[in-house]
Design a protein around this ligand. Structure first.
Ligand SMILES: [Zn+2]
Ligand SMILES: [Zn+2]
Length: 340
């Protein structure tokens, strides 16, 4: 008798590995996996995520557990619907961390029978992210976010699609909601919905299949299914951020009042349009055509200041070459194999 670990699956009576406070069910490994996939698929369908895909499901793959899990679940759905999967990974050149991340993405792609476009910042710009950040005198994470956003957007558009699937889970998104509320950045909250719209060929929209899935479920699913991912942390990750404090608060709320965060996110999906839109008018970058607020996109501005010229056009061209090689390459365009 081992206390809670001796609990029986509410469906089949087998040994339970998970208790869902939402459905008040104990679940065995097999029934947890179908519960997990079922809930993710429900979100994908409810928000019409795959209806926005013409042929290629583009997943922003970091090498971590969340995006790997999204890719694994989408691979199953995509193959049933005759769509192909493309994992887009940005290698920002951080020693150890970036190598581990890249390896995980390649392993995942081969396991899922998906194509992988590995975009290297050093190949595109001749510098790793911390080098750019140092020269720009900006925090590494802010430069990293900027170049990743730019390259993933460009990759999605190069693949002929208008939506990128990301691995943000419910806890990540709830953290951003609360943080933006604290900072009173209300237009940012408006964007924290399951699906955001693309902007006239300048920027891809985002689809977040884990919108209603708490992090601990993603973690358990990824481990039980043996999904390849890296637990390696970036050496530039700052310590004791406001995000981490908010995250702890969220887990206390969930522990004491299960379901509260889920209902917040569901309500937000309905009410987000009541939040104000960003005040800056959006227009294409005069150098590269990407989304910008003042006529020059953040990547062109950064590279102009740090490397002497706006390199958006060069990065865009590099991304197009890598994506077309990934999609057109030998065996890359086949339907992903079923992951069962
Ligand atoms: Zn069971
Ligand atoms: Zn630009």
């Amino acid at each position: 008798m081992k206390g809670s670990s001796a609990a029986k699956c509410s469906v089949c009576g087998g040994e339970a590995v998970y208790y869902s406070p939402l459905t008040r069910q104990h679940l065995c490994e097999k029934h947890f996996a179908s519960y997990f996939r079922g809930r993710v698929e429900l979100v994908v369908d409810r928000y019409g995520m795959l209806g926005r895909v013409s042929r290629t499901v583009v997943v922003a793959a970091s090498g971590g557990k969340d995006s790997a899990t999204v890719a694994e679940v989408l691979a199953g759905i995509a193959s049933r619907r005759g769509l192909r999967l493309l994992l887009v990974h940005v290698d920002v050149g951080v020693p150890v961390f970036s190598e581990a991340s890249r390896r995980s993405v390649l392993e995942l792609a081969s396991r899922l029978g998906a194509s992988a476009a590995i975009l290297s910042l050093e190949e595109a710009l001749g510098a790793a992210v911390h080098e750019l950040a140092r020269r720009a005198r900006r925090p590494v994470c802010s430069v990293c976010g900027l170049v990743k956003r730019y390259m993933i957007n460009a990759a999605c558009l190069a693949a002929g699609e208008s939506v990128v699937f990301t691995g943000h889970n419910m806890d990540d998104l709830a953290t951003y909601v609360l943080k933006n509320f604290i900072m009173q950045d209300l237009p940012a909250i408006r964007k924290l919905v399951p699906v955001t719209e693309p902007i006239d060929g300048m920027a891809a929209g985002r689809a977040r299949p884990l919108y209603e899935t708490p992090e601990r479920e993603v973690e358990l699913y990824a481990k039980l299914r043996g999904i390849p991912f890296t637990g390696e942390e970036c050496s530039f990750k700052p310590h004791s951020t406001l995000d981490e404090t908010i995250r702890r608060a969220i887990s206390v709320i969930e522990e004491e009042k299960p379901g509260t965060i889920l209902s917040m996110m569901r309500r937000l999906a309905q009410s987000a349009r009541q939040y104000p839109e960003s005040r800056y008018p959006l227009k294409p970058c005069r150098h590269c055509g990407a989304l910008s607020s003042r006529g020059e996109c953040s990547l062109c501005r950064l590279t102009r200041r740090v490397l002497g010229e706006p390199l958006g056009p060069r990065v865009k061209e590099y991304v197009e070459v890598v994506v077309s090689r990934a999609l057109g390459g030998c065996g890359a365009s086949g339907a992903p194999s079923s992951s069962h």
